[in-house]
Design a protein around this ligand. Sequence first.
Ligand code: COS
Length: 382
Amino acid sequence: MNECEETLELLIDAVRRFTREVLVPAEPEVQLTHEIPDHVVRGLKELGLFGMTVPQEYGGLGLSMYEEARLVFEVAYAAPAFRSYFGTTNGVGTLGIINEGSEAQKRKYLPKLASGEMLASFCLTEPDAGSDAASLATRAVHDGDHYIINGTKRFITNAIHAGVFTVFARTGTKEQGASGISAFLVDRGTPGMSIGQPYEKMGFAGSHESDVTFDNVRVSASALLGAEGQGFKSAMRSLDHARLHMAAVAVGACERLLDEGVRYAIERKQFGRPIAEFQLIQAMLADSQAEAYAARAMVEKAARDKDAGKKITKEAACCKYFATEAAGRIADRILQVHGGNGYMKEYAIERLYRDVRLLRIYEGTSQILQIIAARELVREHL
Ligand code: COS
């Protein structure tokens, strides 16, 4: 093992211990309060997780995609809201700044984002533009050396906490479609911007999603992220990375679900023996183990390909599609292994089952990912 690999293994070990000793025990409290406790946030900061993707010159850990995936496997073993708290900032909220930001934008935001002093949100989705992101209606109109932004963004993770928002708005005509969309960095508190109350959701307690409304919000031209008209491509590039990250989240969830299922199957006795000895239970565990293993291997391979400079649009879509669908199937089987107990709130599986349902929807539904994978595949053969 070289020095770099040793450092990574030490960091993974520290994150694993933090997850098992601090995050998992905090899960019941988060269910009740819907807040991430202060001691958890402090611990996440100390581990440097807010700056996972931020280059070292701006104060982050500057991890490769493979290293990021390995850390995410660990932290996503706990309830997904913990990862949401720092993951959006590391992911879609920051990737645009890292990839397309000017030096001034990087210096302004990245050190604060890396330390966790500031969180970031990604404002793409709208009430009438979900899967069809390029149809977004928020507008940004030139006004001298400023832009005026009007529109509403929906389900924005961490909006109530964020200090900076990457906002996608139409600077061109509707007919221009994706090429008429630009990205802007809008600071919290800019006059005209308002943030709604967090939505009540099926799961993911502790992760906050709100609408963000822009009513004649005036930003300087220096808030433009990348070139005018390039915003949609920036969003798609960020989503390629974020979907691989999300597949890693699903892997962590699969491994947690399996542990819950195996532990229960060993402890629970029926017909005079542990149910783990019954072959129909074993089949559910074996299918789940096979899928979790396959998902982990896929994500590691795609992450290494990304680090080698390959385009991973198709692979990221396949990984998120497979890993999140696998998490759904595994959650269903493990609940079945628990029998009636699995339906009761005193067992973690009841909550994990609800939590993993979102993974198949956000940052690209399974159906959109199928479309992307098939489209890329066909293009390769043209
Ligand atoms: N990386 C870089 N550029 C990309 C890209 C990628 N992964 N995907 C698309 N683009 C570019 C295309 O090359 C095209 O540019 P040109 O016109 O110069 O060729 C442009 O972006 C428009 O792309 P496309 O024509 O594919 O757009 P569509 O409207 O057909 O659809 C999908 C794009 C459906 C893939 C997109 O809208 C999508 O991902 N939707 C889901 C949104 C989502 O995940 N939302 C979740 C909430 S955000 S957390």
